[in-house]
Design a protein around this ligand. Sequence first.
Ligand code: GTP
Ligand code: MG
Length: 194
Amino acid sequence: MEFFETAFVVSAHRLDQLPQDNLPEIVFAGRSNVGKSSLLNTLLNRKQLVKVSSRPGKTTGLNYFLVENAAYFVDLPGYGYAKVGKDLRTQWGKLITSYLQTRSQIACVVVIMDLRHGVKHLDSELLGWLRQHGVPFLTVYTKADKLSGNERSRNSSLLDAGHGLRPDERIIFSATSRLGREPLIERLQTIAGI
Ligand code: GTP
Ligand code: MG
């Protein structure tokens, strides 16, 4: 499956800069440097549409990409990098927490985690918050290319158990090998009606 029409729309730093056309939004969230922007490039099949860096903190603002004139994919800055506070709100900023709280057209938050790492406190906090507020979410375990088959199954079981996720609530992914791209696209198409 390919997305043929994709375009960068805006990098918003205030809520009043967000698009006003009410299209469904798929939001990509996760720790800094986990691979959110790389995942978007892989999904959209564009090498450099979304800016990627080996240094954490590359994405700033809410970056909107229009897909097939039917939905927005929103790339968020990562959390867990700046040492400004322990909880999600101080770390990630008021802009993003109030966006998630007030934006009714959010169809799904894709929470991305590194398959090599264990359960991280801020990821648990975000999932807890999404569950509490009834925001639909899907989790993606990325950078799978860096692990063997055995390590993939072991680590994904640990993350499933640690976050209380069913296997149908997560997809194992790699931006490098494109593992998981098709199942993820299928899920997002259904969710956003693209
Ligand atoms: P911030 O915007 O800073 O929060 O980072 P991000 O989550 O958008 O991460 P980004 O996509 O910029 O990728 C961070 C680094 O991880 C880059 O060096 C990528 O090349 C690398 N990377 C991302 N996804 C994968 C993957 O699936 N496999 C491998 N091997 N490397 C990856
Ligand atoms: Mg990024």
